[in-house]
Write a protein that binds this ligand. Sequence first.
Ligand code: ZN
Length: 188
Amino acid sequence: MEGDHVTAPDMSRRRAFLKAGALAAVAALPGLRPGEAKAQSTEARCPPADDFTFEVTRSEEAWRALLSDEEYRIMREGGTEKFNASPYHGPMPEGTYTCKGCCLTLYSSKWKKVLDMGFVFFRHSEPNAVLTGIETFNPYMKKEEPKALTEVHCRRCGSHLGHILIVVPGEMLHCINGTALRFVPATA
Ligand SMILES: [Zn+2]
């Protein structure tokens, strides 16, 4: 195909450029040979995993004061709302969806998909908005389904939002509890 002939040399040039850039960056560090600089900078950038803390943290009491009982069950205990519990699952105006736990903008209406399946669906999140984890048990799983789900939670406060699932054939979507979100209409 014609496209392949165009893309291959472009990629090769890009790799060469990135490699040259990386070597220049290493050479710019004072007093270190390239090998030493690489080892030390990698170590400095990678703290142990158990050092990780969310940017927004609250005591148990503060979370309970901030959230309703249902919001707490979903966002802090990994629960799931009832089908059609949130008004956001249907058609909505243009706008964004923020986290009820920390106000971070998580999703945009641009990537929302309306499905008559009881939850709020998005094709993807906003950049740097969510993190994922593997959930090994969920009471909503059917017996024939694998016993693991990809959980999605807020990058800033860690609140549980929902899951990333193949909901319709060939399409992986963020299946989100609208209870965890706050809609912010777009300004004209
Ligand atoms: Zn949050």
